[in-house]
Design a protein around this ligand. Structure first.
Ligand SMILES: CC(C)(COP(=O)(O)OP(=O)(O)OC[C@H]1O[C@@H](n2cnc3c(N)ncnc32)[C@H](O)[C@@H]1OP(=O)(O)O)[C@@H](O)C(=O)NCCC(=O)NCCS
Length: 268
């Protein structure tokens, strides 16, 4: 899997509102083990430069990024060759991808979607709780599995995440209660864009509503700013079925710049 090549394009094309940040690829492709056969990826090059990538989530979902409509079309053609397409997701701020997807006959679908929220890193409030980088990997994984129950993240997959650039221990922040990991925020810094992505955040159910997610996010953002970040981004669900994460991020100063648009195949 050519995650480096995919991340290179993703960093080059990143802007506030982009669907993909290098950290999305690191987390998305490494959070689980043993799924490579379900997640075929392909990279397209032109004159030696990466111009597009596709990441199919079998059986029928496609993620993609491309420099223009032409190369997005090449990704969509590949997708149609390897599987029966069912769905594709793009950002509302990437009109060349919208055009390519619609030109292939996909139609917009209702249902769950994600917001693209951003915040500059001036005027960051201080966290109230003590936060620190992860030292107890088992506790960190347990907290994730409780926050996102049921979850396929394991200590093995988490160690893979920690080995995947641009992972940095300073940006993998936790808050403890009674010596146990109660909340965590993993942030990813794209040095070239000075842009930090929050992905993911969780608080174990017994410790929710105490400001801990807010605190770990703020601590991770302070650490990212210390490392050179100037802007932060996060992509929580935007539909009414899962509203709390977006409230959390808005409460610490994030505002919407775009959202995902989900396409499916017209039936009948
Ligand atoms: C989303 C989540 C991380 C929030 O954790 P938390 O520690 O309870 O959040 P906090 O106590 O720090 O709350 C911060 C803000 O979020 C919002 N918020 C949190 N829980 C809320 C709730 N149940 N209802 C409404 N707003 C809520 C509020 O704006 C709150 O600020 P306020 O207390 O000043 O009103 C937690 O619910 C969780 O782990 N959910 C499952 C995993 C997930 O969805 N993660 C986010 C996507 S990556």
């Amino acid at each position: 899997m050519s995650i480096d090549a995919m991340q290179g394009l993703t960093s080059r094309l990143w802007f506030p509102g982009a669907r993909w940040h290098v950290g999305d690829l690191a987390w998305g492709l490494r959070q689980h083990t043993g799924r490579e056969h379900e997640w075929p990826t392909k990279v397209w090059r032109s004159n030696g430069q990466v111009v597009a990538w596709g990441w199919a989530e079998l059986p029928g979902h496609l993620n993609l990024q491309a420099v223009d409509e032409h190369w997005a079309g090449a990704v969509l053609d590949w997708f149609g060759e390897i599987t029966e397409p069912e769905s594709v997701v793009v950002s509302s701020a990437e009109p060349h991808l919208v055009r390519a997807v619609e030109a292939r006959g996909f139609v917009q679908m209702e249902g769950p979607f994600f917001l693209h929220l951003v915040r500059d890193l001036e005027d960051l409030p201080e966290p109230r709780a003590a936060c620190h980088p992860v030292t107890d990997v088992a506790g960190r994984v347990r907290a994730h599995r409780e926050a996102f129950y049921p979850s396929r993240v394991t200590e093995e997959s988490y160690r893979n995440v920690q080995k995947t650039p641009p992972y940095r221990g300073e940006l993998d922040v936790v808050a403890d209660v009674d010596g146990e990991t109660a909340a965590y925020c993993l942030a990813w810094l794209d040095d070239a864009r000075k842009a930090v992505l929050i992905e993911p955040v969780g608080t174990v159910p017994d410790h929710r509503g105490k400001g801990l997610a807010r605190d770990v996010c703020l601590a991770a953002l302070h650490a990212a700013r210390d490392l050179g970040a100037e802007i932060a981004t996060v992509s929580p669900r935007g539909d009414d079925a899962w509203p709390i994460p977006a409230r959390l991020y808005r409460s610490i100063g994030f505002a919407q710049v775009a959202r995902t648009v989900h396409y499916g195949v017209a039936r009948g």
